[in-house]
Design a binder for this molecule. Sequence first.
Ligand code: CTP
Length: 405
Amino acid sequence: MTRVVLGVSGGIAAYKACELLRLFTESGHDVTVVPTAAALEFVGAPTWAALSGKPVATDVWSDVHEVPHVRIGQEADLVVVAPATADLLAKATHGLADDLLTSTLLTARCPVVFAPAMHTEMWEHPATRANVSTLRDRGSLVIEPAEGRLTGKDTGKGRLPEPREVFELCREVLARGTTGAPDLTGRHVVVSAGGTREYLDPVRFLGNRSSGLQGYALARAAAARGAEVTLVAANTSLSDPAGVKVVRVETTAQLRQEVVSAAGSADAVVMAAAPADFRPVAPSGSKIKKPTDGSAPAIELTQNPDILHELSADRLRPGQVVVGFAAETGDATGSVLDLARAKLARKGCDLLVVNDVSGGAVFGSAENEAVVLAADGASVDVPRGSKAALAHVIWDEVTKRLPSR
Ligand code: CTP
């Protein structure tokens, strides 16, 4: 059974860690909760004990004969600290070990995930910035807090991401195991997801069936590998992946603007979105009325810019890896792979992820099957599997092509 240590430090978000604990235990993980003394001011030991089915200790003086300050960390497959306060991050950075959680962090040799939660000022303070940077350099995964309502009247960056999303990220880290060090730490990646809408009038639009699932899987996988992730999401209704900056858009023009703006500092851009290729030339400012004579209005369309082509041509940052997607069926002019090779050359990107949609669409499905074609001639067959698995193959191929640091 997978052994998880859930460290909880003393912030109000400790209550959300109860939900995280449930998600771990209900999916069969063996969880040892190690709260700090301050965490117990927010949520008491009986709650942690009841939800984990184990006794809970915070100091190093209980069950000393079992040497818990060393054993808990040594035996863990994953340590996740949620919430991680500014104080806890500082202690971890400096190797302090004055309680059971900080001692556990010193003895753990497994992946360690910190999910910080604090007020924006504390997160942005140079001391915290330096601590986070040191922890990341040492191989820990420190996820970016979410933006939104904080304790009291404040809003800003500093929220603990939704427990389900912290859980999903931890599952990805566990699946990669101890060999899967966060290889995208220090890299900024941009992922687009979903399908754009082009409005005919204030209530009607041209759209498509893209669910955004593959783009979200890519964003989640990149965050689990340590990347700073910007997810430009068009009309999706999925929850924000933990540690990911989500920018919401509707139209292809908005998608283009946000992707291009974020791409300026990106090491890689993955265009998993399905931008509408056409938009009405003159959208109506008011709702188009149904003609009484039974006719239908003609709608003149114009082409949208091809964002992938533009990114590939402009290369907004030297060495940037640009990835596109293609859904192909094959036709009289060529097989799926012939058409995909031609598209790869036409678009000018480095990698093209090709879905063969001849046998039915993959929209909304949790699974995907693909071939990743590279401009350098390589190709990787990805058998039918989860969108998360495909996402990791794509990041593996991206990582191989990033300039070394
Ligand atoms: N793309 C884009 N901007 C557009 C349209 C598509 O950046 N205006 C990107 C998509 O995000 C995807 C890739 O281009 O990465 C898909 O290419 P596209 O030519 O749209 O593929 P198909 O829809 O399969 O096109 P076609 O009908 O030409 O085969």
